[in-house]
Design a binder for this molecule. Structure first.
Ligand SMILES: Cc1cc2nc3c(=O)[nH]c(=O)nc-3n(C[C@H](O)[C@H](O)[C@H](O)COP(=O)(O)OP(=O)(O)OC[C@H]3O[C@@H](n4cnc5c(N)ncnc54)[C@H](O)[C@@H]3O)c2cc1C
Ligand code: SF4
Length: 508
């Protein structure tokens, strides 16, 4: 009996510890990897993302072959339209008994594989749960069961206990679960920002860059600035660099907005974690070790670990718990079309233009730029939820629907009926001024609410509160802001809202 299995490895499953590859037998099974048009173009992906994944896949193929696996690799030049077509073409010329896949990170693809592939391919299709994540679908569903509110903080504590990260004798290290209050310092050039080591593209990456520039001429992303690791070894080196040189200041300046540097002290590792080049538990353990060895403060290590062990797993849990209905939500009924400057950064709002420019050019913006600059603007201006989500999915090098959608629709746009955020992440120009130095370079004044030189975030903020006052009036975390707005002179309120109404046509 032929028991050769066809193992399909997706572009974000590039590690031998993923379940389909753990089950593979070198010499017996056939590994299929494919660069296909459908996945590369369902949104206008940043060229950095396509280049990273194609190059990392090509390097991973070589590693697998060195370990004795037979790999059928369909490059983009082969013109293979879809993953299903790739698998069908290999089945047509080989003898395989079954198709085995680690489940994809996107509901759309999972549905296709689960319900249509087997009959289309004429072979059984086995989907294995992706155990590279630290909370399984069942773990998360069990935790969520019966809870009125699904707050990340409580999930995070469970994860700390379960994996014994930053725990001492059953208690959180240092006596506190969370040092978030220490992580909000604004940027005033307090310390020097270390320059990041560059990686020179090797021959494989250079040829992928040429391919991507030729095949995706209208996509965002300046590949002359490509500096990403495309192998596990290089991704680990970049993470080592972060631990040694940036983790110490990561916590303190986590929320800082900085003119001079897109990444300041951030990890720049989401693209590697998401593609399988780094493992989440390993990076958390490494950060904990750095603290225990005295290389960084507890608040820095905790701040970092909370993002990976807490937020990353929680966000994924929400996605799989609530899809597909989750994607149809739009609590604040936001429908205004996305302004053109989301695609060229041509706006006089300095904070927004810097964040969009970096996102387009590098495929990267740090969390506070995504949440409190771009997301905040989209929220205040009432930009269309699905258009905004598609933009986020397109421009970032680390974007996959399981992580992009809850962050954008839920956290940034408050569109999921308060599942993720207990109050909207809405802020005026004052917050952006406090967190960094963009306002110094801006033609607008963060202290002014109306008038031609007034910061647009200010009147938009009050217009947003006014517009949704019925929704937020009973929210205890919004009580003070709503009360302050109500206390204002009605004529003054009218002037601010009318100004925002008038100007919104210019800004959006
Ligand atoms: C609107 C919006 C959209 C986002 N879209 C994505 C996305 O498509 N892909 C993505 O990986 N992250 C996304 N994030 C989360 C976060 O902004 C990025 O993970 C982070 O900026 C990546 O940069 P870094 O590696 O330097 O992160 P660091 O600041 O160094 O943080 C370390 C790691 O923590 C994890 N992390 C931190 N916050 C989150 C979070 N909210 N959700 C999931 N993981 C988190 C990431 O893996 C990150 O690499 C989004 C956030 C917002 C507000
Ligand atoms: S003044 Fe307003 S628009 Fe300009 S950088 Fe500051 S917050 Fe942004």
């Amino acid at each position: 009996m032929n028991d050769t299995k066809l193992i399909l490895v997706l572009a974000d499953q590039l590690c031998t510890q993923q379940p389909a590859l753990k089950a593979a037998v070198p010499g017996r099974d056939i590994i299929v990897m494919a660069e296909v048009a459908e996945e590369a173009s369902y949104v206008r992906h940043n060229r950095h993302k396509i280049a990273l994944l194609f190059s990392a896949m090509r390097h991973f193929k070589i590693e697998l072959e060195a370990e004795g696996y037979q790999v059928e690799y369909l490059s983009f030049e082969s013109g293979t339209p879809s993953l299903e077509a790739a698998v069908a073409s290999v089945i047509a010329r080989t003898e395989v008994s079954e198709v085995v896949i680690c489940e994809p990170g996107e509901y759309r693809l999972l549905e296709q594989m689960k319900y249509f592939w087997s009959s289309a391919l004429g072979k059984p299709v086995t989907l294995l749960e992706d155990d590279r994540f630290l909370a399984s679908h069942n773990d998360f569903a069990d935790w969520a069961k019966g809870k009125k509110q699904l707050r990340m903080e409580f999930f995070y504590r469970k994860m700390r206990e379960r994996y014994q990260i930053l725990m001492d004798a059953g208690e959180p290290a240092g006596g506190k679960w969370n040092y978030d209050a220490d992580n909000r310092v604004g940027w005033r050039n307090q310390v020097e920002i270390p320059s990041r080591p560059d990686i020179t593209p090797d021959e494989i990456t250079a040829s992928v860059i040429d391919l991507v520039n030729a095949e995706f001429p209208d996509n965002p992303g300046d590949l002359a600035r490509f500096r990403l690791a495309v192998t596990r070894t290089d991704a680990e080196r970049q993470f080592d660099w972060f631990v040694e040189n940036a983790l110490g200041d990561f916590g303190t300046y986590q929320d800082a907005l900085v003119e001079e540097s897109p990444w300041i002290f951030h990890g720049l590792i989401s693209m590697y974690l998401n593609a399988g080049l780094l493992e989440p538990l390993a990076v958390c353990e490494r950060a904990e070790r750095a603290w225990r060895e005295g290389k960084c403060s507890l608040s820095a290590a905790e701040g970092f670990i909370r993002q990976v062990l807490g937020w990353r797993e929680y966000i994924r849990g929400i996605y799989w718990l609530l899809m597909p209905e989750y994607k149809t939500r739009n609590t604040l009924e936001a429908t205004r079309p996305l302004p053109n400057y989301f695609w060229d950064a041509d706006t006089e709002m300095r904070c927004l233009s810097r964040a969009i420019e970096q996102s387009l050019d590098h495929g990267y913006a740090h969390h506070i730029q995504r949440l409190m600059v771009i997301g905040n603007f989209a929220l205040l201006a009432g930009l269309d939820v699905m258009e905004v989500c598609d933009w986020y999915l397109a421009v970032y090098v680390d974007a996959y629907e399981w992580v992009e959608l809850p962050n954008t629709l839920g956290m940034a746009l408050y569109g999921d009926n308060a599942v993720i955020a207990s109050k909207p992440y809405a802020a005026s120009g004052k917050y952006i001024q406090k967190q960094g130095n963009h306002c110094q370079q801006c033609r607008y004044k963060p202290t002014k609410v109306t008038g031609p030189d007034a910061c647009p975030f200010n009147s938009l903020y009050w217009r947003f509160i006014d517009k949704h006052i019925d929704k937020f009036g009973n929210n205890p975390r919004m009580g003070l802001v709503v009360a302050n707005w109500r206390k204002r002179d009605p004529d003054e309120r009218e002037v601010i809202v009318s100004w925002a109404d008038k100007m919104i046509e210019d800004w959006t």
